[in-house]
Design a protein. Structure first.
Length: 249
């Protein structure tokens, strides 16, 4: 003990032996406090002194930001930078694999290029029906259809229909006597993927049949409903033909 005291005196260091709390002369227990004040310090009744060493186990270097010394902090920042550098490549890959949206703001340049490439490829895959230019007139069900004006003319009578009814007429007329599947109908007419429910297409066909019926066209004799498959426009239909199947799709 005497040797330690002499060594401390030789080095010019003065080791505190009394509690650092004001007017307390008890011996130090821990953290510069005596036993009583140390308990108060642990309960939060006394201001806690700032730690000066790195919180990493076994490290005694001076503490920097976030409780760590400069060495581990620099390693963490390097890892974060590497992750940020790898993020754009990962996002571009997600877009290329079919992701509709990558939650990143702002969108990086290579991710934007991947989006543009995706939608450009989708535009190139448009079917021949989608690329077909609208014709000025179109024969359909014994009448004349004017797609631009959205009119069906039968004799001296005219019916004005909706754009989707015109699209349905164009798809069926260009595929006359051939079954048009529900996948094609939903893609070309409703611009969405067919999920198995045919109710929307049945309603649209019903509206078209009602519009044609107002000008004397029995459309059900011209369009055949193929159960669970699609529709077929019969170019040889007419008033003398048997009604096409109206079974549930």
């Amino acid at each position: 003990m005497a040797e330690e005291t002499k060594a401390a005196a030789a080095s010019g260091e003065k080791k505190a032996t009394k509690c650092s709390h004001a007017k307390c002369k008890r011996a130090i227990r821990a953290k510069g406090y005596c036993r009583i004040h140390y308990k108060k310090w642990r309960r939060g009744e006394l201001p806690k002194g700032r730690y000066t060493r790195c919180h990493k186990e076994g490290c005694k270097k001076p503490m920097g930001i976030k409780g760590l010394c400069d060495a581990p902090r620099s390693v963490g920042e390097a890892a974060a930078a590497a992750a940020r550098a790898a993020a754009p490549a990962a996002e571009s890959r997600q877009v290329a694999l079919g992701a509709d949206c990558v939650l990143r703001d702002p969108v990086r340049g290579d991710v934007l290029i991947a989006y543009l490439a995706k939608f450009s490829a989708a535009a190139d895959r448009v079917s021949d029906v989608g690329r077909r230019r609208p014709t000025s007139t179109l024969p359909f069900a014994g009448a004349i259809v004017l797609p631009v004006e959205r009119q069906i003319r039968h004799g001296h009578q005219v019916a004005v229909v909706t754009p989707r009814e015109i699209q349905l007429i164009e798809v069926l007329a260009h595929a006359k006597d051939t079954v048009v599947s529900y996948d094609t109908l939903y893609s070309e007419v409703l611009q969405r993927r067919f999920g198995g429910d045919t109710s929307n297409m049945r309603v649209l066909l019903g509206k078209l049949a009602a519009s044609a019926g107002h000008i004397g066209i029995p459309l059900r004799r011209w369009i055949e409903v193929i159960p669970k498959t699609g529709y077929r426009y019969r170019s040889a239909g007419g008033p003398n033909a048997k009604p096409a199947s109206s079974a549930a799709a």
